[in-house]
Design a binder for this molecule. Structure first.
Ligand SMILES: [Zn+2]
Length: 142
């Protein structure tokens, strides 16, 4: 067994992103009230406990809201998204009861009227770049 599997990573965005790179959508769960948070929280907003643990989510959820993005951040422009090729940014309500924002794939950003709130989604990991520059982004596929 490697060191990695036995070490508890800090409940931080950096750990969360490290898990994303490993194709795991992780959340933190409060050991006192069992509420689950993704992105992770180190202190429970519900009961203020600091006793959190990492749990892997099912990766399933539904679309709770979305926006079509025509002018995104640099890392999206680098992937070829622009005014003529928009993408969908959504809020996903996970089965675990927490909401997370992510890119939504498998739906047509050119036909936003056909996109339905409540559409079932599954986690997807989008990789971009080569070698050292390779990055993995969280997405959900309809
Ligand atoms: Zn709690």
């Amino acid at each position: 067994m490697s060191e990695e599997t036995t070490t508890i990573r800090p409940f931080s965005a950096a750990s969360f992103n490290q898990y994303i790179a490993e194709h795991k959508l992780m959340a933190t769960r409060c050991t006192r009230c069992s509420k689950t948070y993704a992105p992770p929280r180190s202190i429970c907003p519900n009961c203020h406990s600091e006793e959190m643990k990492w749990v892997e989510t099912s990766g399933k959820g539904k679309l709770a809201g979305f926006t079509v993005i025509y002018s995104g951040p640099t890392f999206m422009a680098e992937q070829g998204f622009d005014r003529k090729n928009p993408y969908i940014s959504g809020i996903v309500e996970l089965e675990e009861g927490t909401n997370i924002s992510a890119r939504i794939t498998g739906l047509d950003p050119m036909k936003p009227n056909e996109i339905k709130i409540g559409t079932p989604l599954s986690v997807d990991f989008v990789e971009f770049g080569e070698g050292e520059a390779k990055k993995t982004y969280l997405a959900f596929r309809a």
